[in-house]
Design a protein around this ligand. Structure first.
Ligand code: FPP
Length: 249
């Protein structure tokens, strides 16, 4: 007899709605290892990873988390074997094309952060279409970090601000946190309250360096393709037990 997994549709009763994170960020790590353990090519892990992200997005919406940000491709990921990079670019494009209708129906607003101009043209077209067609949706905000690097984002913001100072549009003393944030790729998206990283690695890997200043971090040994609602539930329980002091006493 096979045991059916428990599908947690509603917010589990042990979680307090008023203490949920508003914004969850995920580093979806372990796809390659998951596939290798099964004797499959690495790309199969990424393929399965898309289904997991889809279910997490739905779960966030079901449970009342307003925003989800996923690290899909870092500026360092170009260093992977060409076939894997090609597969990922094609996968992103295919997923966007296939899921757009459903995202519209499910009131998802999708946004992208990163240096998008270096992505294949056809992917840029799908990104622009998905962003435009979901821009008025308010059910949940999904941000996909693609060709993203936290240091590069900070440098780009510094450069943009420096130009404005050079042109006399800004004084150095005008530069405060709020102004700086408006020059980040994530302007208007807000900081994550909770960062989840799968596969047990204890690193931030150049992800949202500025935005992560006060995020709570949850690391699980589970590989991304095995991450499910039960694991997300554990992450939220852990988050709700933390006392967030933001540097105060
Ligand atoms: C890290 O695992 C995973 C990635 C670099 C790719 C993640 C991308 C997806 C799950 C697809 C998301 C799709 C959309 C459209 C947003 P790894 O390959 O580094 O795993 P390993 O550490 O076991 O090798």
């Amino acid at each position: 007899m096979t045991v059916k997994p428990i599908v947690l549709q509603d917010l589990p009763p042990d979680l307090k709605r008023e203490r949920l994170p508003k914004h969850v960020a995920v580093i979806m790590d372990g796809n390659g290892r998951w596939a290798k353990h099964r004797g499959l090519p690495r790309i199969m892990g990424h393929k399965r990873g898309v289904d997991v992200l889809k279910d997490l997005l739905r779960c966030c919406r079901d449970w009342g988390v307003a925003a989800l940000t996923a690290y899909a491709f870092s500026t360092e990921n170009w260093g992977r074997p060409l076939e894997e990079v090609d597969f990922l670019m094609t996968l992103f494009e295919r997923v966007l094309r296939k899921e757009l209708r459903e995202m519209i129906e499910e009131d998802v607003r999708i946004q992208f952060v990163g240096n998008l101009s270096a992505l294949p043209r056809s992917l840029q077209t799908e990104i622009a279409r998905a962003v435009a067609e979901t821009q008025h949706n308010r059910g949940i905000q999904l941000t996909v970090a693609t060709n993203y690097g936290g240091r590069q984002e900070i440098l780009d913001a510094c450069r943009a601000i420096a130009h404005q100072v050079q042109q006399g549009l800004l004084q150095p003393d005008d530069i405060d946190e709020a102004l700086f944030e408006r020059h980040l790729y994530t302007a208007g998206i807000g900081d994550p309250d909770l960062l989840i990283r799968t596969s047990g690695e204890m690193r931030i890997s150049n992800f949202l360096l500025w935005q992560m200043a006060y995020a709570e971090i949850y690391i699980t040994e589970t590989l991304w393709p095995d991450f499910d609602r039960a694991e997300f539930h554990r992450a939220l329980c852990s988050y709700q037990q933390r006392e967030r002091r933001f540097g105060k006493v």
